[in-house]
Design a protein around this ligand. Structure first.
Ligand code: CDP
Ligand code: CDP
Length: 227
């Protein structure tokens, strides 16, 4: 079977994009690439350097100068891949609440987006890739053969994130997660450059009340129908 070469998956936080994309990539033998980790890695570096996230000029300069490396997982601790920035492994650090709270501000800057979009397009151009983010179908890879927009209610998404963090042994408060997620959705979908929205030719899937396997089967049917 000849599968589509490039598959774009967009949607809001915790809609299930990464889990779905990884499963598709494993099944097809494709590369799974989560663009969110790049925005998270830059945000982590901004905070680590003591730069104010509101300082657009400094943040943009840093994004333009910094190479983010995404490599196959070297440690079997549940990670999908290794994320390195300036040689330092920040795979888990980029999931900290401080990064969650600041990543939308950093990723709204046009210069930051331009720098990271260029790196993402280079990876997409190689083909055989499932790329995940907010603007993959609309901006990064508008020529992708299949575009999926994965959605779910904000309450359901906050519940999923809560369970995920609880399972990692973190002290979490559901209402805080819900409020932070609402804030991030709001900034991501109203920013001027590359806002979160479905591409015109995307298939929207609402995953509320659906298991991961149900969504996966639904998407595999879509892929098979594009043969
Ligand atoms: O995993 P989760 O859905 O919580 O978020 P993520 O995919 O890791 O993305 C973190 C943040 O990066 C998002 O809230 C966006 O602000 C930004 N992002 C973006 O602007 N464009 C992308 N292609 C991917 C992520
Ligand atoms: O990448 P994104 O932030 O969109 O979501 P994810 O990291 O793939 O999924 C967030 C959490 O929701 C994970 O713990 C998934 O196992 C869970 N999930 C779920 O319970 N049911 C779904 N249909 C999709 C995801």
């Amino acid at each position: 079977m000849k599968w589509p070469e490039v598959i774009a998956i967009d949607g809001p936080a915790a809609s299930g994009k990464s889990t779905l994309a990884k499963k598709i990539a494993d099944r097809l033998g494709y590369l799974f690439f989560d663009t969110g980790v790049m925005y998270r890695a830059i945000t982590w570096l901004v905070l680590a350097r003591g730069i104010a996230p509101e300082d657009e000029l400094q943040v943009t300069r840093l994004a333009e100068r910094t190479l983010i490396e995404v490599r196959p997982a070297s440690i079997p601790d549940g990670r999908a891949c290794d994320i390195l920035i300036e040689g330092q492994d920040v795979t888990w650090e980029i999931r900290q609440p401080e990064v969650d709270a600041n990543v939308s501000v950093v990723s709204a800057y046009p210069g930051v987006r331009q720098a990271l979009t260029m790196q993402q397009r280079r990876i997409g151009a190689r083909g055989r890739v499932v790329m995940v983010g907010r603007d993959i179908g609309t901006v990064v890879l508008p020529e992708a053969e299949v575009k999926i927009y994965l959605d779910a209610s904000v309450e359901e998404r906050a519940r999923r994130r809560y369970k995920e963090m609880e399972a990692r042994g973190e002290v979490v408060d559901y209402d805080e997660i819900l409020a932070a997620m609402r804030r991030r959705d709001e900034i991501d979908s109203t920013r001027k450059v590359a806002p979160l929205r479905p591409a015109e030719d995307a298939v929207t899937i609402d995953s509320d009340g659906k298991t991961l396997d149900q969504v996966f089967e639904e998407v595999m049917c879509i892929l098979a129908s594009r043969n």
